[in-house]
Design a protein around this ligand. Sequence first.
Ligand SMILES: CC(=O)N[C@H]1[C@@H](OP(=O)(O)OP(=O)(O)OC[C@H]2O[C@@H](n3ccc(=O)[nH]c3=O)[C@H](O)[C@@H]2O)O[C@H](CO)[C@@H](O)[C@@H]1O[C@H](C)C(=O)N[C@@H](C)C(=O)N[C@H](CCC(=O)O)C(=O)O
Ligand SMILES: Nc1ncnc2c1ncn2[C@@H]1O[C@H](COP(=O)(O)OP(=O)(O)OP(=O)(O)O)[C@@H](O)[C@H]1O
Ligand SMILES: N[C@H](CCC[C@H](N)C(=O)O)C(=O)O
Ligand SMILES: [Mg+2]
Length: 476
Amino acid sequence: MLDQHGPTGPTITTLTLDSRQAGPGTVFFALRGTATDGHEFIAKAVEQGAAVVVCEELPADVSPATTYVLVADSAQAMALMAAEFYGHPSKEMHLVGITGTNGKTTCATMLHKLFRELGYHCGLLSTVQNQIDEQVIASTHTTPDAIRLNALLAQMLNASCTHVFMEVSSHAVVQHRVTGLHFAGGVFTNLSHDHLDYHGTFDAYLKAKKGFFDMLPKSGFALSNADDKRGAVMLQNVTGRRELYSLRGHGEFRARLLENAVHGLHLEIEGREVQFRLIGVFNAYNLLAIYGTAVLLGEDPTEVLTVLSGLTSAPGRFEPVVSAKTRITGIVDYAHTPDALENVLQTIADIRQPSQQVITVVGCGGNRDGAKRPIMARLAAELSDRAVLTSDNPRFEDPNDILAQMQTGVPAAALGKVLTIADRREAIKTAVALAQPGDIVLIAGKGHETYQEIKGIKNDFDDKQVLREMFELLGK
Ligand SMILES: CC(=O)N[C@H]1[C@@H](OP(=O)(O)OP(=O)(O)OC[C@H]2O[C@@H](n3ccc(=O)[nH]c3=O)[C@H](O)[C@@H]2O)O[C@H](CO)[C@@H](O)[C@@H]1O[C@H](C)C(=O)N[C@@H](C)C(=O)N[C@H](CCC(=O)O)C(=O)O
Ligand SMILES: Nc1ncnc2c1ncn2[C@@H]1O[C@H](COP(=O)(O)OP(=O)(O)OP(=O)(O)O)[C@@H](O)[C@H]1O
Ligand SMILES: N[C@H](CCC[C@H](N)C(=O)O)C(=O)O
Ligand SMILES: [Mg+2]
């Protein structure tokens, strides 16, 4: 705290970062955002009766009935105060954070399932949903803001949760959403191209992810992917236990890929051969990270592998929708980065029969990293027999502009196998129409999402449901 003005010892009942939620007993945190500056709404919060304003700059007019707390960084102050306000719930549980470009939801969700089966009460904070045991609480972000996050952790503690698994996004690290939390461990999956619109450079993106590992306490563990180029850097400044996992033979947790087939992965993990239900080499990494985490949390390796072998993945992650009549296999997957799309298409290439065509439907989100657009279109064109470029969540951009940027990535030689259809429903319909019995139709980018966001409105849209509708409509 730099300075304080106004009454001391006000009664505080709630914390908020949004002036519209402020009222008597509220502490309003004025945050400098990306679209606007919370300092502009201080007067509004005070007018609505806020008891305290935490800010980086005092407004010209201060109200005598309000306490103003001047800080160097409002976001950081908010996170520290939120942890304090809710009684530091993270200190009373084993909180594990997962960071990386891809695989966070898969690892967090499966860790939650695993620890439930092992008999614990557990919490989950993820892109798809938050959970307290089996109770689902809708999620709005991959990592919620510090106030909501601490409130959820307190709720989980209240429900006797001993373990909580959460995703830590790079935005969350930069915006101090996880500052002040006490982590039992941190897991790094991988780093590839994403969110450069927000972070500016790849180095800044890496720094954000690493910032999470740097804050892990000495009592905690850090588990990193030895086979990722940035796996070792992530561990550089970790003061607690550092471990690596690898499919190439380095580190504490090692696995060997025996088979990657349509019915699942067959791995050898520390001398034990185990069959899993997940498909794809990238999932071998996720499974190994989950296994390592569970062992580092003190669980019995054999029991962990036994339970893990029976578990399915997170919703919308390589989820099959098979037509009963023609055995066309639809695969709905949340691949929305070049790396994820390449992995999924490579996985399909590994497990498909030579007679099966692969038809890919993919788009790129609006108001997000534009640099990934041509790359994702190129990958779809090169690694599929046919590709249909379409819209993801256009948000406030014109879908045709996004598609024009995607098209620049399609190599001239592949132009003949690529169609562009802005309407996602029509695009899926066309892909199904093109499919012959037994073919594979990949619908990438939206996975579990049940909406399509256009100009601030979330319209109902579920890739899985649309696929089923199209099988029905086209008699396939
Ligand atoms: C780019 C980004 O991260 N934005 C987040 C950020 O909002 P912002 O900086 O744009 O806020 P702003 O609109 O400029 O407003 C500044 C401040 O003024 C306040 N305000 C504003 C208006 C008003 O009338 N009164 C008022 O007090 C706002 O509450 C805010 O505190 O802070 C908000 C509060 O925490 C977040 O809800 C918001 O997430 C937006 C909705 C978002 O889409 N975020 C995405 C990019 C995101 O965070 N994604 C990651 C996952 C990415 C991944 O896949 O890895 C995530 O963790 O979900
Ligand atoms: N370990 C991995 N390496 C590379 N790609 C992966 C990995 N795990 C999953 N994927 C791919 O990335 C997609 C997203 O996976 P997941 O939802 O688990 O990642 P995430 O890190 O939570 O993403 P987000 O940043 O949107 O929260 C999956 O649908 C799959 O295509
Ligand atoms: N958490 C990611 C999800 C992207 C999902 C994709 N469907 C899109 O809308 O771009 C983000 O907010 O960037
Ligand atoms: Mg996620």
